[in-house]
Ligand binder design. Structure first.
Ligand code: IVH
Length: 316
C-alpha cells in the first residue's frame, strides 16, 4: 500500500494540474466533484499528519491565515502608472514621439483590466511574496490572500529570482455571486468588480479572499534582460510557459494604424468579455529601447493607455 507521504504528493500533483487546467487554461479535464473529492482527501490527510503538509499544498487555496496587520513592502522598482490617450490622434501622437526617439517600432496591444495592480515574487521556483501597488514605492504584503488566487502558480519550473506584475480582478460572474451573498446576508453590495477585488485583497483573513474568487492576468516580467528577454510579447509568452495566466487578447502589430483597428474592435467586443476592461494598453515591443525612450515622473514614455469613454450611468 502507498504510504501517506506519497499519497499527499500524488494528490498535490493531481490538484495542481487540474487547477491549472481549470483556472489558467480554462479547459478542465475532471468534474468539480472529482476535484472536490481529491481536495477533501488531501485536507483530511493534512489534518491527520500536519508535519507532512507541503509548503506549496493546493489546500492553501482555501485560505488558512488571519493577520493582525499588513506588512509594508518597498518595491525594488517603483510601480508606475500609464499616461492616457483618449482618441486616435493621441495614439498617432504617441507613435510620432516613439519614432522620433527610436525610429519605427512594433507595438504590443493588450486589454487594460479594471482591477488593482499586484507584484509577485518567486525565489527558487517558489511563490514567496505578493504586494499591492500602494503609493507606487511602498505597498502592502498581501501574500496570504494572493495564494488563494487559483490561476497563480505556487511553484514554477524556474529557479532564478523572478518578479512579475499584473492586474488582480474579479470576473463579472464572481462579482454577481459575491453581491448576491452580500445582499442575502443584509450587507451593502459592492459598487463594481474593481472595488470588490480591492476590498477582497485587503482582507486580513484569507478565507474571505478565497471565497471571493479573484483572478489575475500577468502583464509584465520585471528586469526582462535578466531572463534573456528583449521583446515584451515574448516576455508574456515566457510567463505563460511558466504557468501564469496571460490575457489571450494580446497582439503584436507593425503600425499604429493596426493598433487603432484593434482598439476599435475591442471597443465593440468589450461588453462580451467576462471581466471589466477600461481601455487598451499599447507598449513598444522592443524592451531594449526602453532606457532610450525614458520615463516621466509618473509613467514610462514607451507605453500608453487608451481609455474607453466612461460608460454613462442611466438614471430613471
Ligand atoms: S502595464 C508602467 N498593462 O493600469 C505601468 N497595466 O496606470 C505598467 N493595468 O495600475 C502597467 N491592465 O495596474 C499594464 N495590460 C495592462 C494593464 C495595466 C491594467 C493597470 C495597471 C496600472 C494602470 C495603469
Amino acid at each position: 500500500m502507498m504510504n501517506v507521504k506519497d499519497r499527499i504528493d500524488e494528490l498535490a500533483a493531481q490538484l495542481k494540474q487540474y487547477n491549472y487546467e481549470y483556472y489558467t487554461q480554462d479547459n478542465p479535464s475532471v468534474t468539480d466533484q472529482e476535484y472536490d473529492a481529491l481536495m477533501n482527501e488531501l485536507i483530511q490527510l493534512e489534518t491527520l499528519y500536519p508535519d507532512l503538509k507541503r509548503a506549496d499544498s493546493p489546500t492553501m487555496r482555501i485560505g488558512d491565515t488571519v493577520l493582525d496587520a499588513f506588512d509594508k513592502v518597498t518595491h525594488d522598482i517603483p510601480m508606475m502608472s500609464l499616461s492616457n490617450a483618449f482618441n486616435k490622434e493621441d495614439l498617432r501622437d504617441f507613435d510620432k514621439r516613439i519614432k522620433k526617439a527610436v525610429g519605427e517600432q512594433q507595438y504590443t496591444a493588450e486589454v487594460k483590466i479594471d482591477g488593482l495592480a499586484g507584484a509577485l515574487h518567486y525565489n527558487n521556483g517558489t511563490f514567496e511574496l505578493a504586494a499591492t501597488r500602494g503609493n507606487g514605492t511602498v505597498g502592502e504584503d498581501v501574500t496570504h490572500n494572493v495564494k488563494t488566487i487559483r490561476s497563480i502558480p505556487l511553484t514554477i519550473d524556474y529557479q532564478e529570482p523572478l518578479e512579475v506584475r499584473g492586474e488582480i480582478f474579479m470576473s463579472k460572474r464572481s462579482f454577481e455571486q459575491a453581491n448576491k451573498r452580500r445582499t442575502e446576508a443584509g450587507n451593502a453590495p459592492f459598487m463594481n468588480p474593481r472595488n470588490a477585488a480591492s476590498g477582497s485583497i485587503r482582507q486580513l483573513d484569507s478565507k474571505i479572499a478565497a471565497k471571493r474568487q479573484l483572478d489575475m492576468f500577468i502583464y509584465s516580467v520585471m528586469e526582462p534582460e535578466r531572463h534573456g528577454l528583449t521583446s515584451h510579447y515574448e516576455a508574456l509568452q515566457f510567463a505563460k510557459e511558466l504557468g501564469f495566466h496571460i490575457n489571450p487578447l494580446t497582439e503584436r502589430f507593425n503600425t499604429i494604424e493596426e493598433v487603432i483597428t484593434f482598439v476599435e474592435d475591442m471597443t465593440e467586443k468589450r461588453d462580451t468579455l467576462s471581466y471589466d476592461i477600461d481601455g487598451i494598453v499599447i507598449k513598444v515591443d522592443d524592451i531594449s529601447r526602453y532606457d532610450e525612450i525614458g520615463v516621466t515622473a509618473k509613467s514610462p514614455k514607451w507605453a500608453i493607455a487608451f481609455k474607453f469613454p466612461a460608460e454613462e450611468v442611466l438614471t430613471q
